[in-house]
Design a protein around this ligand. Structure first.
Ligand SMILES: [Zn+2]
Length: 279
């Protein structure tokens, strides 16, 4: 399996194992951050043997300082699968957002996971990580600010190569747009995503993400205004040529936008399940 261990600065190492999957989504990144006294790891990938070996190799290259914390950006399997192995190897304390805790425990089983609040700081010796709760992709998604490098680790809130998916079932589109603005307000220079390469034009990328969501919402409002009343109709109108493997994801995105519009009182769900603009 293809393995990449890339030092992006004296402090940060990107660890990635595997090849891009359909539709071009890169394999998950683990990010190792080394201070003078301690290290922390952001995300644990799937936890397969090659990934764990790559983590150990990167940790050794970073001087094998004690790994004080593993921070989980969110609940998805490709970010939490290595928790048990990495905890056993390192004894690190595992952290996640409160809203994500139950789902992660359910997925991974009997591993003790601490819950962090917004603004929690982790001191690694000359390097400080700050937790930013950024719900949206999932309700308990978080990002991590490394102020010394003007860098934010974004998990799946912002990806290296494409826009992300906001699940209508365990994510929230309104929260997501707020979270993008929150990330932007920290003025990061670079973003270290959960998949894909380091993003070096952070502000531009965040603006493009916000613009994309606002544009998508406006196309849904316009279609509702033209008399389209359900997800099937909106899907045909908005995604006429989409690869069939992405159909469900696209429908989910439409539903996430509709949920947002309903919560804002701009759209109503009628008794028969159809949607309509509120005049
Ligand atoms: Zn995810």
């Amino acid at each position: 399996m293809k393995k990449s261990i890339k030092k992006i600065s004296n402090i940060v190492t990107q660890i990635t194992v595997g090849e891009p999957d359909f539709p071009g989504v890169s394999p998950p990144n683990m990010w190792l951050v080394a201070g003078f006294d301690r290290c922390a790891l952001i995300d644990t990938a799937y936890g397969n043997v090659d990934e764990i070996d790559a983590f150990i190799e990167a940790w050794n290259s970073a001087g094998s300082l004690p790994l004080s914390n593993v921070i989980l950006t969110h609940r998805h399997r490709d970010h939490i699968g290595g928790i048990r192995s990495i905890r056993d190897i390192s004894g690190a304390k595992i952290l996640c957002a409160p809203e994500e805790h139950a789902s992660i425990v359910e997925e991974i089983g009997d591993v003790f996971i601490n819950q962090v609040t917004d603004g929690t700081k982790l001191h690694l010796g000359g390097v400080t990580l700050e937790i930013l709760l950024t719900p949206g992709h999932t309700l308990g998604s978080l990002c991590v600010l490394l102020d010394e490098e003007s860098l934010i680790f974004t998990g799946d809130t912002i990806l290296g190569g494409s826009t992300t998916v906001i699940s209508p079932y365990h994510g929230d589109m309104s929260d997501y747009i707020h979270s993008l603005r929150k990330i932007k307000s920290k003025n990061p220079k670079n973003l270290a995503p959960g998949h894909g390469e380091l993003i070096t034009d952070a502000s531009k990328r965040i603006d493009a993400y916000i613009k994309h969501r606002i544009y998508r919402e406006s196309t849904i409002v316009k279609a509702l205004d033209e008399g389209i009343i359900d997800i099937d109709g909106l899907f045909i109108k908005l995604y006429p040529k989409l690869d069939s493997r992405l159909h469900q994801t696209a429908r989910d995105q439409i539903l996430s936008h509709l949920n947002k519009l309903v919560s804002e009182g701009r759209v109503q769900v009628k008794n028969d399940g159809t949607y309509g603009l509120i005049a």
